[in-house]
Design a protein around this ligand. Sequence first.
Ligand SMILES: Cc1cc2nc3c(=O)[nH]c(=O)nc-3n(C[C@H](O)[C@H](O)[C@H](O)COP(=O)(O)O)c2cc1C
Ligand code: SF4
Ligand code: SF4
Length: 405
Amino acid sequence: MSKTVDLSVKIGDVTLKNPFIVGSGPTVKNLDQIRAAEDSGWAGVSMKLVIDPEPYISLPPRYRWLKKKGYNIFSAEKRLTTGEGLKLLEEARKIVKDIALIPNLTYDGPDPEGWGRLAKQFEDAGSDIIELNMCCPNMSFNTETTGDSSVQLTGASLGKEPEALKEIVEIVKDSVSIPVLVKITPEGGEIAKSARACIEAGADAVGGTASRLGIPDIDIRNPMGTIFRLQSNITLGCLSGPWIRPLALRDIYEMRSLLGPNPTLLNSGGIHDLQSAVEHIMLGADALWICTETMLRGFAWLPKLIDELKQYMSDMSYNKISDFRDLLLQNIKAAKDLKIDEGYAVVDLDRCTSCGLCWKIGHCTAITHPVKVTTIKSKTCMGCSTCVDICPTSAITMVKKGDTE
Ligand SMILES: Cc1cc2nc3c(=O)[nH]c(=O)nc-3n(C[C@H](O)[C@H](O)[C@H](O)COP(=O)(O)O)c2cc1C
Ligand code: SF4
Ligand code: SF4
């Protein structure tokens, strides 16, 4: 039995009962979804992006989930108008009791003050927290990247610009009294500096990663086609899911390292189980957005993850999320300070089937196979460990110099 642990997290003066928020996207577009998320114990919903005055790119959704490659990609997505977003929020406000409603907003008008007016409308309609979308790479950032600069800058185009972020966050903070959360992009390569600008401008929380822009798999026998169904050509697509996790972990690490322990930080990117959730927290996240996994599996898997998290925390003697938040920061050293142990690979011939896979490793001169018997010269072995990963029968292990085999 796990002892009682506290999963709650604060964003400004709003307390979330646990760190799990449904990330803005296609699973937070209607009332049934919000109700289902609440029923499954999610702490919050970042509702689908609203673009004001008009969603200037909004198309029927086209997604591919490439399970073997571990990535989800979308080329087209429907956004909400201000009217649709307000209606959804007002209706949700009437029925939900125990889940934070967090509209995800973008203003695309000529004057930055419009950000404040939009946020105020959503505060008045019942939001618990305002989330500014400074992350979507599929709008103006996409059009910029593909050579068109005809639209106002929004999403990732703004999220990589600390000065623009500062101005907008200050306007929004002056306009509303509920907490303001900013979701920023790593696309500019300096997510931590963008995060710092938001916090300095008064944001109550900042978080990152969202989707990254990439090119989907291509059918090389039909390169003018597309792997997307019901679509005739391609555009740069938004990548999410497990593939993105190592990059997302770096983002939260960079943000927490630069900002220190005080600001509230969120993160997203490939979270789908206990391991991935704890990794994000250990690198600095207070709370987590999850999107792709809710597209693939709905919401009802969360209670199991919450039970696992409670058990894990109890096993590890962590009473609250902050007890293990940032823990990994001290384990990440500069490349020059990396400590390498001397050692070499050994093969257990009882397990070796002489399949020959390790004999082919291009960078290895230590493995030979006289009369098909795998032999590893410990003196020549560099200790890289590729052979351990390649061997299908787990016949190879690494031995630290000085330890007995
Ligand atoms: C189809 C799709 C639509 C998305 N739409 C939004 C959006 O409207 N606003 C937003 O801030 N993030 C949006 N995202 C980004 C997700 O909320 C999330 O940050 C990102 O996908 C990484 O997390 P994940 O790996 O759990 O999906 C979308 C992601 C996907 C896959
Ligand atoms: S650890 Fe690297 S160098 Fe050593 S035997 Fe294996 S592949 Fe070769
Ligand atoms: S990969 Fe493993 S099983 Fe195959 S030859 Fe090498 S040690 Fe033997």
